[in-house]
Design a protein around this ligand. Structure first.
Ligand SMILES: Nc1ncnc2c1ncn2[C@@H]1O[C@H](COP(=O)(O)OP(=O)(O)OP(=O)(O)O)[C@@H](O)[C@H]1O
Length: 826
């Protein structure tokens, strides 16, 4: 391990070649992203041609294609060349020496058998122990002293800094071995402060030797995982700073993952007292979605993985887990997963990880049976359904099952804005999740340092949510912060170092994951319940003060977290009760339908109460709708027996069915013809109706004309009436003068035009005769005392002649005649 500058310089770095801006030079792969065969870097099959190359597969075309390196791949597309560095516009990254095939260094043998889906195998059948581990699968470097250590005692995160070699001037100075610190050269500092900050870490690593890095920062954590503790190793740093190189490495310099796998088998080989079940999964979070990198190619949606549970009880599903029994199996799984990973060319990295990748190895183990053989195994039966996050092995005969998870994480690199739109979008997600990781770690560190319990926003990103159980303390964690020492990356490197400082403060308290036999399990449950209740009480106590500070979203999450805690308590309580005291409970069950657990905290009771209220509300709504339905039913006498109600329902159902049939039949058979008939009838009657309307209008017009005529007649009649009256008055007067002859009886005859005049003239003549006057009255009229101008009368129109002739009986002259007759003095 190199821990100071001189030591670092003593390791001769491989020849450095700056990366070329592939996106500008390689049109076929421009802006492309694909699952590049990173695993190929670690496989012996391609050792002779160990080159990184990028795939031209797009994100959308998620074809599960395993890219096998082509033999004789030289030069690799996109491989940086020295001539390309002359532009000086890009950060220079050292390329790994690829000239010498280093088969001896490779952790993997060459044959690749297909591996086993954990749901398809009987766990008892795939156990491995010291006898079944292949000699070639082990590192052979684990010493006894390391095996005997207590790997869970570390209560702090191990934080190391790895400075990538560079040919350019470096901005960072590595201080002496003891202090394990790093400092910025004053000339590159922004501020002119006299004392520049000095960053201290557990390890400062330089150079390209991955073995040194593994031994210094990961081996103890791998051993901790084998010993039953959860362990997490992850690399954090800006893009192209060497995270993937550290985790996966190359054929010449296998990284932490392949070396860790070799150590896993070495550990098993050196532990004859135990038997192991190893299952692994491989996933990535890309644009805030978790993808299962091992999902079968045929599945289109099943590779989306969801996070379930909360707090320390988080599990992922659906997630394909594969049982591995040899290093070959691990290699095969890694190759398959790597082929599905998303990488792309960016302005800074020829093959940049566009996602956070997580390789998980679940290690289950238990004491071996009698005589160190396999006699204690249960009879293999049908495969058991997988329990998410739970052990597959069974605790047998007092032998508990120890379960732990080793997570090896290659984070995507934080980056600046890039010229490519797709990369920019990815970069946004990457930066956001890294920011959340920083915030979570900062809060955890502050909480630990100041004995606070501030809200930790684990749920703000998939990455932190997934890591919650580990970051909350139940894991041993090692973080390798990779930095690019170039002078143009000072601010990014400073940010990485600040992150590293923060994570150092996080407090850990890793516990062995052990599943006991039933008795012990109950005890475990009890302890867990007590612990959870304590946590819940603490949270409740802090709730009022906290709620003032939290946003609405955070409050919701806090409330959800408390609810989860509560339900876990109830779940465990139920488990204890069902397994231990079922019979007791059955015997002593109280008659009351409401059971109150007096051990519940006020918060739990409150939750119970809320749940009960909600239940009541739902039931009230149901009652209301049932009542409405009841009201809508046809009446039945209230005292009607149940069977007649049933009968009615049956009858009504029958009627409804019949009606439905009729309606359907009507429509099917008669609907169309009847519609046609109706149309015909409508047409026919429409014509008739029009005719009638026209006729009616004509009649109305005729009636109006009649009315007008009638009115005219009426007016005329009135006028005649007046004239008649005048005439009558005249005649009366005339008669009063004695001019009318006695005994003159007007003959009632049918009136004729000019009749009255004739009568009048007759009368006059008679009168005159009786007076002895000549009939030529008019000639002597001037002698008469009665001045009657007969000429005047003569000159008047003959009124009755004006009356219509058609209906003489209505003629006023007739009335006049009658009236005259009446008025004539007898
Ligand atoms: N310590 C080192 N020694 C030699 N080469 C290195 C070292 N670190 C990184 N490199 C080289 O630098 C280049 C970029 O490294 P790598 O891909 O590991 O970066 P990264 O941090 O994973 O980037 P990204 O976040 O974009 O995925 C690679 O070609 C790698 O081989």
């Amino acid at each position: 391990m190199l821990t100071d500058a001189s030591a670092a310089r003593s390791v001769k770095p491989p020849p450095f070649t700056p990366k070329r801006l592939v996106s500008h030079h390689t049109s076929a792969s421009e802006g492309s992203i694909g699952r590049t065969p990173r695993a190929s870097l670690m496989t012996p099959s391609n050792m002779g041609s160990t080159r990184k190359y990028k795939s031209t597969l797009s994100v959308e075309s998620r074809t599960r294609v395993s890219h096998r390196p082509r033999s004789g791949l030289s030069p690799v597309p996109g491989t940086p060349t020295k001539s390309m560095s002359s532009d000086g516009t890009r950060p220079k990254t050292p390329s790994t020496s690829r000239s010498k095939p280093m088969r001896a260094e490779s952790p993997y043998p060459s044959d690749v058998p297909s591996e086993m889906d954990v749901t398809q195998v009987d766990p008892e059948e795939v156990l491995i122990d010291y006898k079944t581990v292949e000699a070639g699968d082990v590192s052979g470097e684990i010493d006894e002293a390391l095996l005997l250590q207590d790997h869970g005692k570390e209560d702090k995160v191990m934080v190391s800094v790895r400075i990538r070699p560079t040919t350019s001037p470096t901005a960072w100075e590595v201080l002496n071995v003891q202090s394990k610190s790093v400092r910025l050269f004053p000339q590159y500092a922004k501020s002119t402060a006299s004392s520049l900050p000095q960053f201290n870490f557990d390890e400062i690593l330089t150079g390209s030797e991955n073995k040194l890095v593994y031994n210094a920062v990961a081996r103890s954590h791998v051993c901790a995982a084998m010993d039953g503790y959860n362990a997490v190793v992850f690399a954090y740093g800006q893009t192209a700073s060497g995270k993937t190189f550290t985790l996966s490495g190359s054929d010449e310099q296998p990284g932490i993952i392949p070396r860790a796998m070799k150590d896993v088998f070495a550990y098993i080989r050196r532990t004859p007292s135990r038997e192991y079940l190893l299952r692994c999964s491989y996933l990535e979070t890309y644009n805030e979605t978790i993808h299962d990198l091992l999902a079968p190619p045929s599945s289109t949606t099943s590779y989306i993985v969801e996070i379930h549970g909360s707090g320390s009880n988080v599990w992922l599903s659906p997630l394909r887990e594969e049982v591995v029994t040899s290093l070959k199996g691990v290699r095969e799984v890694l190759e398959r997963g790597n082929a599905n990973r998303r990488t792309a060319t960016t302005d800074w990295n020829e093959r940049s990880s566009r996602s956070h990748s997580i390789f998980r190895l679940v290690i289950e183990s238990r004491e071996r049976g009698d005589g160190m053989g396999l006699s204690g195994r249960s009879t293999p039966g049908p495969p058991r359904p997988p329990t998410p996050g739970g052990p597959r092995l069974q605790a047998l005969g007092g032998r508990s099952v120890q379960t732990s998870v080793l997570s090896l994480i290659d984070l995507a690199g934080s980056e600046k804005a890039t010229s490519d739109k797709e990369r920019t979008k990815e970069g946004k997600y990457i930066n956001q999740s890294l920011l959340t990781l920083g915030t979570v770690i900062g809060t955890l560190g502050d909480n630990a340092a100041k004995h606070k319990a501030d809200y930790v926003p684990f749920r703000n990103s998939k990455l932190t949510r997934m890591l919650q159980p580990s970051l909350s303390g139940n894991a041993r964690i090692s973080v390798i912060c990779t930095i690019n020492p170039d002078t143009n990356a000072v601010s990014e490197s400073t940010n990485t170092l600040l992150f590293a400082q923060r994570i150092k403060k996080v407090q850990l308290n890793a516990q062995k994951g052990e599943i006991m036999d039933t008795e012990a399990l109950l005890e475990r449950y009890r302890l867990e319940i007590e612990d959870l209740k304590k946590k819940l009480t603490e949270r409740e106590a802090e709730a009022p003060a906290k709620s003032r500070r939290l946003s609405a979203q955070e409050k919701m999450e806090e409330s959800k977290a408390m609810k989860d805690l509560n339900s876990r308590i109830q779940q465990l309580t139920k488990l204890i009760l069902t397994s231990q005291t079922v019979e007791e409970r059955e015997a002593s069950r109280p008659g009351s339908p409401a059971k109150v657990d007096f051990d519940m905290t006020p918060y739990q009771l409150q939750q119970e109460l809320l749940a009960a209220r909600r239940e009541i509300e739902t039931q009230s709504t149901q009652i209301l709708s049932l009542e409405a339905a009841l009201l809508a039913r046809p009446e039945l006498p209230p005292n009607a027996p149940e069977d007649s109600k049933d009968k009615l329902i049956v009858e009504q159902s029958k009627t409804i069915r019949e009606l439905e049939i009729v309606v359907a039949g009507y429509e099917d058979n008669l609907g169309e013809p009847l519609r046609a008939v109706r149309e015909d009838v409508e047409k026919e009657w429409g014509v008739k109706l029009e005719k009638e309307v026209k006729l009616r209008k004509e009649k109305e017009a005729w009636a109006e004309e009649l009315v007008r005529q009638l009115e005219k007649e009426r007016r005329m009649r009135n006028k005649l009436e007046e004239q008649r009256r005048a005439l009558t008055a005249f005649v009366s007067k005339f008669d009063a003068l004695g001019l009318g002859g006695e005994g003159v009886t007007p003959s009632i005859s049918k009136p004729a035009p000019g009749g009255a005049h004739k009568i009048f003239a007759e009368r006059q003549r008679n009168k005159l005769n009786s007076f002895g006057l000549s009939s030529d009255f008019t000639s002597n009229a001037s002698d008469s005392p009665v001045r009657l101008d007969l000429n005047h009368i003569k000159g008047q129109p003959i009124l009755l002649e004006q009356m219509p002739e058609e209906d003489p009986w209505n003629d006023v002259s007739f009335e006049l005649e009658l009236e005259d007759k009446e008025n004539v003095p007898q």
